[in-house]
Ligand binder design. Structure first.
Ligand code: GLN
Length: 501
């Protein structure tokens, strides 16, 4: 593979400043790569060639004038299609929003825009971010660059595949119950979900408002630290963002030292059903961190077994409420403006029901039904109220753990990425993909996935598939997990392997 695609942000910045390459040439190289490779990977819902070239040109003009350019200026990246981009179609990979062009940017996108983002395009995901494989996209499937027959994980599968396939330097993703960590894990890249409230949700199409976070994926920890720092911070447009000062993650990661750190290993995350290759990669990473000076502390997160059940009551409940706005009148696809179906409407109720029938895919409908049931009078107390009370038990488990450890290390998923279609007809099997991810989201904590090895799925399989390590941090302490991931990453050579596409 071309050496250009192996460079990190600092390396590319140096090339731009030293005029080894222009921003236009850099964008062009990535756009060509997309034209070549995305035919088979299918990471992008739309490629925004013109916008990319326009932004790149602006950076080149600054360089030509001898002006200062920031580290992120001119760096090509992709944006998950659930984040609003002004003037660029934003679909949530759903038929409901297939033609929606937002008049505004999400705050995260706007902030990066100010830093000189060159947006290459919008990436595919499970529709409305509901899923763990990207197979719930209403449009098409995204393939895992390491093995095109396998899922890339989800819901930010296109984002992860765009990075793993070297079709963007970094990608903006979102994580509500694992949607950054799962695809980062399966695609062999780094992905961080910040604490709830660290990055503004303004302009992110709401899924589970009490969990939704915007984060970043890249080939290495340093790039993630840089981009997260640029996106984070208080925003008047999202009341759940915190006023707390944003640390300089880029500097902090270098200062981290394993020598004075205690790492919690929760026994509940190493139970039965884990693939042997995943187990040995994760255990190997823990041993490595110990050899670098960390102290390993066995801990217990006793309510872990309830996390998926709690998540799949809280999430559909909020989804059913958040998706109510797509009614064929106020927002989204409308059967009234669909010439082929217009004749089917007799009254207002038909407008609502038919628009939602054709606009939503099967998974969105499933969640709307479960959520409406869980919120309905007579069941509300037994389901929604109980689940929202029980989520505090999960958060308390972590609170107790963080009294004696600095961060927690676990697997990201118990298995390797499955083959496309293998689990798609079994929603429960895919919900169980979230087993190590959901409790973290329900507790609002920061967590990341960093590559920690490779394994083969079954006997006779010849393709090495990546395995990730999850590091979970205390509330608003992204610095520690980024620092640990950075020093672990530098002690190994996993990052030097690339998929063969
Ligand atoms: N797999 C989870 C779900 O289907 C996570 C989704 C997400 O984080 N957006 O809900």
């Amino acid at each position: 593979m071309n050496e250009l695609f192996k460079k990190n942000i600092v390396g590319l910045h140096k090339m731009l400043v030293e005029k080894e390459i222009s921003a236009i040439e850099l964008a062009g190289a990535f756009l060509n790569r997309i034209a070549d490779k995305d035919k088979s990977v299918r990471a992008f819902v739309s490629v925004t060639e013109e916008e990319a070239k326009k932004s790149a040109l602006a950076v080149d003009q600054k360089i030509a004038k001898g002006q200062f350019i920031g580290l992120l200026e001119g760096i090509p990246a992709s944006v998950k299609d659930v984040l609003a981009t002004a003037g660029t179609k934003t679909t949530a990979s759903s038929n409901m929003l297939a033609n929606y062009v937002p008049p505004y940017d999400a705050t995260s996108v706007e902030k990066l825009g100010r830093e000189g983002l060159v947006m290459l395009g919008k990436t595919n995901c499970d529709a409305f971010a509901h899923g763990a494989s990207t197979e719930n996209s209403d449009f098409f499937q995204t393939h895992n660059p390491w093995d095109l027959d396998r899922i890339p994980g989800g819901s930010s599968g296109g984002a992860a595949a765009s990075v793993a396939g070297s079709m963007s330097v970094y990608a903006l993703g979102t994580d509500t119950g694992g949607s950054i960590r799962s695809p980062a894990n399966y695609c062999g890249i780094v992905g961080i979900k910040p604490s709830y409230g660290r990055v503004s949700r303004h302009g992110l199409f709401a899924m589970t408002s009490s969990n939704d976070t915007v984060g970043v994926m890249a080939k290495n920890v340093e790039d993630c630290a840089l981009v997260l720092g640029a996106m984070a911070g208080e925003d008047a447009k999202d009341a759940t963002t915190r006023r707390t000062k944003v640390p300089n993650y880029h500097e902090e990661i270098k200062k981290f030292n394993f020598k004075d750190k205690k790492i919690g290993i929760p026994k509940e995350y190493f139970g039965e059903g884990m693939h042997g290759g995943v187990r040995s990669a994760v255990e190997g990473a823990i041993a490595k961190m110990e050899s670098l000076g960390a102290k390993i502390v066995p801990i217990s997160l006793p309510h872990t077994q309830y996390a998926v059940a709690i998540y799949y009551i809280v999430t559909p409940s909020e989804v059913s409420s958040n998706l109510a706005r797509y009614d064929g009148i106020k927002y989204g696809y409308s059967v009234m403006s669909d010439l082929s179906r217009k004749d089917q409407i007799k009254d207002l109720l038909d407008v609502y029901t038919q628009s939602r029938k054709y606009g939503f895919g099967a998974e969105a409908k499933r969640r709307i039904m479960i959520g409406t049931y869980a919120l309905s009078s007579g069941y509300h107390d037994a389901y929604y109220k109980k689940a929202t009370a029980a989520r505090h038990l999960l958060a308390d488990d972590f609170k107790t753990a963080f009294k004696s450890v600095d961060f927690i290390a676990t697997p990201v998923a118990p298995t390797l990425p499955c083959r496309l279609g293998e689990k798609v007809s079994d929603p429960l099997a895919l919900y169980l993909e979230d087993i190590y991810l959901a409790a973290v989201s329900l507790s609002g904590l920061p967590a990341l996935s960093v590559p920690c090895g490779f394994a083969r799925d079954g006997q006779g399989d010849t393709i090495d598939l990546p395995v990730g390590l999850q590091l979970i941090g205390n509330y608003f302490d992204e610095s520690t997990i980024l620092g640990a991931a950075y020093h672990y990453e530098q002690s190994e050579e996993w990052r030097l392997r690339y998929p063969n596409i």
